[in-house]
Write a protein that binds this ligand. Sequence first.
Ligand SMILES: CC(C)(COP(=O)(O)OP(=O)(O)OC[C@H]1O[C@@H](n2cnc3c(N)ncnc32)[C@H](O)[C@@H]1OP(=O)(O)O)[C@@H](O)C(=O)NCCC(=O)NCCS
Length: 262
Amino acid sequence: MQAFLKNRTPKAPIKTPNHPPRRHDAQRGEMSREEEVCVRFLSCADIPSLLELEQKKWTDDQRADAAMLAARIAAFPALSVGAFCARSGTARASLFMKPTRHDHIRQCSTWADCARKQHGDESARTGALFGISLSSVDPKAANAVFEFFWPYALKQGWSDVYLGSPVPGLRDWLSKNPDTPVTRYVQSQRQGLPLDPQLRYYFKKGFRRIVAIRDNYFPHEPSLDVGVLIQGKVPLSGLSFIWKRLPLSWLQRMKKLFFVCL
Ligand SMILES: CC(C)(COP(=O)(O)OP(=O)(O)OC[C@H]1O[C@@H](n2cnc3c(N)ncnc32)[C@H](O)[C@@H]1OP(=O)(O)O)[C@@H](O)C(=O)NCCC(=O)NCCS
């Protein structure tokens, strides 16, 4: 599978305008370039920029160091995606994934267990991925990363993505609702959306199934280290027999449709 994925690493990055141009024509070139993000599969050359992003978004006990980033990219280059500012080249969003097995991921109790490379991962043909890490300083860049990856996912036969979400509203909620089970908070909804802001974020991205709630999952103070294993479907993956036969470029042309189908 890994060899298959490597052969399909894109030769040219894809540029995604973040906003429609708004200024006078003379200024438009500069404006749209400033706002453009360039999305591509990651290489080790991106590590300095990725480290800056890690620094912005994670605390000392959470963030990945250069060796961890290099190991993720080396293990699964076709499952490591980044969005970069087209003008400055700085990393705006990154997503690292690995293949997993449904039964295995459900048994793992911590993020480290879920993220650890397992013997046979490369050849696993389960259709399931685990999202090791998502970091973003720009919601449009995060969207562009998913938009970039979904066509590859369909082509390669990935159908499910698991990830462990923090629940940053938990600590405050428990202080107001002591003696209430954590499960109640995790399952609470307001107007059809999860109460917790990060679960709500992932819900809107199509990660709607709560699989498990894990104590001591990952160091995250506002979440009291609780992690919620959630599962999302790759949009349109139910028709994978069709997508596997279509050229990748056709799927890439359909990219806006993926968000409608979440
Ligand atoms: C989660 C993350 C990737 C989202 O990045 P993004 O797409 O650029 O979007 P934002 O950070 O602007 O957040 C979007 C919304 O989700 C909410 N949200 C997401 N994560 C949140 C968190 N940890 N705490 C509070 N709110 C959060 C935001 O409040 C925001 O809500 P709004 O639209 O009502 O303002 C980014 O915040 C990040 O890198 N966080 C730190 C690392 C992390 O938690 N990664 C995911 C681990 S599974």
